[in-house]
Design a protein around this ligand. Structure first.
Ligand SMILES: C[S@@+](CC[C@H](N)C(=O)[O-])C[C@H]1O[C@@H](n2cnc3c(N)ncnc32)[C@H](O)[C@@H]1O
Length: 353
């Protein structure tokens, strides 16, 4: 017979609720712990094997008792395991922090735990109170202007975007019904990760990676490494001014969340003005459900991160449809989750619909 009383059940329930809230409050501690561990290279040092805290402290030149406490915290949040006292391995989640992992989020972790993000987030209150971007409030300019002046961080940002893109790029390349021939233009295409996946899967297609000068800084080298230099051009420009006019398919992936509605409309109008009437536009990105839920917290993290960093926002299908209708596009299809965690909205110039 159980000796548990209803009061015990109530107390346990309350304790669980308290622990659940305190864990969430400690979210920033998790981010800092992951950021420091990644900067120190701990995931690569542990690799597929195991290392003691003492070994890791000796290799990284860190304070052993403090490093061991960092490692135990990583165990507590599911990044590492401690199979015997003082010895650590990586979990499946933590293995993604290794720089040499094929699904690596190493640079993504370094970027999102970088001081330019963390200091901006400290001004979330300012953003919520005023609607102004915390990044600009703290750094005195927009994030892309800042990156253009800080080459090393810009390279890290481009690598982070590339890592984030890899899964959805592969899924889009494999799953989307691309035209038999022609030119695919990736607007805001960064280092060309998406076009690399598409052109590798579709040898008959050509490509153009279009981005700001700092955005495309790594693209030529990345495309060269993939053996695609002869099938893919790299163009630097400003999608508020002009975009390449010779595309058959225009892709704009993970870009609109950076911008408010006025800027999003301006980008769409530029694309509409320069793209051939028979060309197609693919917007690849998050499509939020009409009401918030717990199913995909990353979408809401991205949304609020954009509020802090760029003044942008994630959008619902209805919001995308309205932007496209206002700028002369007709939506042909909406493929929710068609590119990994991301969705694909296919639109054509309205006159050609
Ligand atoms: C969030 S990143 C997405 C990069 C890439 N499409 C991906 O999915 O990984 C947004 C991109 O927009 C580019 N961008 C920002 N402002 C731009 C502008 N005015 N003209 C062209 N590209 C711009 C940035 O350089 C960056 O590469």
């Amino acid at each position: 017979m159980s000796s548990t009383t209803p009061q015990d059940v109530l107390a346990t329930g309350k304790l669980n609720l308290r622990a659940a809230l305190i864990e969430r409050i400690g979210g920033y501690m998790t981010a800092h712990a992951i950021g420091v561990a990644t900067e120190l290279g701990l995931p690569d040092l542990i690799g597929t094997g195991s290392r003691t805290g003492a070994e890791l402290a000796a290799t990284t030149g860190t304070h052993e008792p403090s490093l061991r406490r960092l490692l135990r915290t990583l165990v507590a949040v599911g990044i590492a395991e401690e199979p015997e006292p003082g010895r650590f391995t990586l979990t499946g989640i933590g293995s993604q922090l290794r720089a040499d992992s094929p699904d690596s989020l190493h640079n993504f972790a370094r970027m999102f735990c970088h001081p330019i993000f963390l200091t901006s987030w400290q001004s979330l209150h300012h953003t919520v109170s005023t609607g102004e971007r915390a990044f600009d409030h703290v750094h005195g300019m927009g994030v892309y202007d800042w990156l253009a002046q800080h080459g090393e961080t810009s390279t890290l940002f481009n690598e982070a975007m590339s890592e984030e893109s890899r899964i959805s790029a592969g899924q889009l390349a494999a799953g989307y019904d691309f035209p038999a021939t022609g030119t695919v233009v990736d607007l805001g295409g960064g280092d060309g990760t998406l076009l690399t996946a598409i052109l590798t899967a579709r040898p008959e297609l050509r490509g153009i990676v279009f981005d700001s000068p700092s955005g495309v800084a790594e693209a030529a080298a990345a495309l060269g490494k993939a053996g695609l230099s002869d099938r893919c051009d790299v163009r630097a420009g400003d999608f508020f001014q002009s975009v390449p006019g010779e595309g058959d398919l225009y892709i704009i992936k993970s870009v609109f969340q950076d911008w408010g509605d006025d800027e999003a409309r301006a980008i769409l109008r530029t694309v509409r003005a320069h793209m051939p009437a028979a060309a197609t536009l693919l917007i690849v990105g998050t499509v939020l459900p009409e009401t918030a839920d717990t199913a995909a917290p990353v979408a809401y993290f991205t949304d609020i991160n954009m509020m802090v960093m760029t003044g942008g926002q994630e959008r619902t299908e209805g919001e995308f449809r309205a932007l496209l209708a206002e700028t002369g596009f007709t939506v042909r299809s909406v493929g929710l989750g068609q590119a990994g965690p991301l969705s694909v909205i296919q639109a054509v110039p309205t006159a050609a619909a």
